[in-house]
Unconditional design. Structure first.
Length: 572
């Protein structure tokens, strides 16, 4: 028997002898020797039995120790994270996996509140979960985000159940970070697919618009070009036979056909630039009253030719926050349409109404009106609708589409009310600003006589175009200078530092207009430079501004637009 076992046996024997001594006083003496021997034998047998029982107990104790060790290892090293929490949420016990999940050693976590490791946005969820665990006898679950010492978020799933005494609870925690990250990646992929789908839809729409443009060009350009070719052939073949009245009539018809073709191209190009985002949107504080007066002055000759009056009266100044070019384009289109579809002797009224931070502008006429079935087509690119005016004027059908685009850029809307034979009213709204300081309002003074005595340099290698430009702007000038190339233009500016305005052609021999502008800007930052280019489909405006030009205007030159640009920059 082992030493330890002998010691335990000795202790046991001593206890047995003590008990025997106590009992001896109550037991009558044994007189028989045989009985004495029998008792000794029984005691020896009993001792052997006790020793055997003691060995069994020791073996059982060893098994218990092994079981405890195995349980401890299983408890500590299982992948599942376990915690025992108090009602206050303090950590009473936990395993190694649970400690590692929180980024600390087990001895450093005792008595710490579990909520300390829960992210701020998840704490309300955890507190609600813990309350339910202690207030019910059923398993509770939740998902929260933990933050370890690295401040990296971990997404976990908690399973909680209260103990029988109701003072503690068991919490099992499962790490679902990888699953959440996978879900996040899938969500991102779905978002990317959604964006790609939308982009594809936009590309399809752009392709459809492109096809529509091609069909418009094929349909609408063929007619005026055929007229141009036919009339020019007729005039060329018979110019010596026709009298001056006949020639004048043919030339007028050629001019009108050319104007219609040019208008169509301009509208198509504007629409294309709007769709590609190449028309800048630069809202600013404006006086609508002055804008309106400008448009009326520009279009009044057309109205007078048809004996039509344009009326605009307002009791107080109306101030708006808008892009000046877009606002003018919208108003110009609507008033032009009203003139087009109003009979001789009619009237056009422009009105404004301020409401809810917006100003609603209306252009009404007492013209021929619009048929109900045509109203839905006016602002739909897929249903371009054109109608001949009361004086046989022709249009492209794109003007109202541009108006819709420009108004929506301002966050507004455009709509129409019309009745056949009684006229139409077009409405649109844009942001209203009632508290503009006088110094911040852009006043678009339409009096041409405000701009005089400019010293103008015309730069173009085509003599005929130089003459045309001179005729266009001669009322603004006191003196003209001319240059045929970019090199001559730079030299002219060196020799004449008091030049106010340069009308610069882009494509010229020796040095183009952009390079000439760059050279001029090296020594003259103040002179106004307006470049003319025929390359209207590219990003010419951006290139011109980058080179140092103030404005870019496309050929053939629109006189009204050129006047507006001169007034914009030279009315100082």
């Amino acid at each position: 028997m082992k030493k330890g076992n002998k010691s335990e046996a000795a202790n046991l024997r001593q206890k047995a002898e003590d008990l025997l001594d106590k009992k001896s006083s109550t037991i009558s003496p044994i007189h028989s020797e045989s009985e004495t021997l029998r008792l000794i034998h029984e005691l020896e047998v009993h001792q052997i039995e006790l020793e055997l029982q003691n060995e069994e107990l020791m073996l059982a104790n060893q098994k218990v120790e092994v079981a405890v060790k195995n349980y401890t290892e299983l408890f500590d090293f299982t992948p599942a994270c376990y915690y025992k929490l108090s009602k206050e949420g303090e950590i009473i016990d936990l395993n190694l996996s649970g400690a590692h999940m929180l980024g600390k050693e087990p001895q450093h976590l005792s008595k710490n509140r579990f909520a300390f490791f829960v992210s701020n946005d998840s704490k309300p969820i955890f507190n609600l979960f813990l309350g339910k665990v202690f207030n019910t006898q059923i398993i509770q679950t939740c998902e929260v985000t933990l933050l370890n010492d690295d401040k990296q978020p971990m997404y976990v799933y908690l399973i909680g159940l209260v103990t029988k005494n109701g003072e503690e609870c068991h919490i099992n925690m499962i790490d679902i970070t990888e699953r959440k990250q996978t879900e996040g990646k899938l969500k991102n992929i779905l978002n990317e697919l959604t964006i790609a789908h939308k982009e594809l839809e936009q590309l399809v729409q752009l392709n459809n618009d492109k096809n529509l443009f091609i069909s418009i060009l094929a349909h609408d350009l063929r007619s005026p070009l055929s007229v141009l070719l036919g009339l020019s052939d007729l005039l060329t073949e018979n110019i010596r036979q026709f009298n001056i009245d006949k020639i004048e009539k043919l030339l007028n018809e050629i001019n009108q056909s050319a104007q219609n073709t040019f208008t169509l191209l301009q509208d198509l190009l504007k629409w294309s630039r709007v769709q590609s985002g190449k028309i800048p949107f630069e809202p600013q504080n404006l006086s609508f009253t002055d804008i309106c007066k400008d448009i009326i002055k520009i279009l009044n000759p057309n109205a007078v030719a048809k004996n039509i009056t344009i009326n605009y009266s307002v009791a107080e100044e109306i101030n708006v926050f808008a892009d000046v070019d877009m606002l003018k384009a919208v108003l110009r289109n609507l008033v032009s349409n009203a003139i087009k579809f109003t009979n001789s002797g009619g009237a056009i009224n422009i009105n404004t109404e301020v409401n809810s931070g917006n100003v609603t502008i209306s252009v009404s006429d007492n013209g021929i009106g619009i048929e109900p079935e045509s109203l839905t087509k006016l602002f739909d690119i897929s249903k371009i609708h054109t109608t001949t005016g009361t004086a046989k004027e022709k249009g492209t059908g794109l003007g109202l589409l541009l108006c819709k685009e420009f108004v929506e850029k301002h966050g507004g809307k455009i709509w129409v009310e019309s009745e056949c034979g009684k006229g139409s009213i077009f409405y649109f709204n844009i942001p209203y600003n009632a508290e503009l300081k006088e110094g911040n309002i852009i006043l678009t003074n339409s009096e041409d006589n405000q701009i005089k005595n400019l010293r103008i340099l015309i730069v173009d290698d085509n003599e005929l175009l130089r003459i045309i430009l001179y005729e266009m702007v001669k009322k603004f000038s006191k003196e003209f200078l001319y240059a045929k190339t970019g090199v001559e233009a730079v030299a002219a500016c060196h020799d004449n530092p008091d030049i106010d305005l340069i009308l610069m052609d882009y494509l010229m021999p020796e040095m183009d207009g952009y390079e000439a502008t760059r050279q001029i800007r090296l020594f003259n930052k103040e002179v106004i430079i307006i470049v003319q280019t025929a390359y209207v489909l590219s990003n010419e405006n951006e290139m011109a501004i980058e080179a140092g030009c103030n404005e870019c205007i496309s050929k053939p030159i629109n006189k009204t637009l050129l006047y507006e640009l001169i007034k914009k920059h030279c009315n100082k």
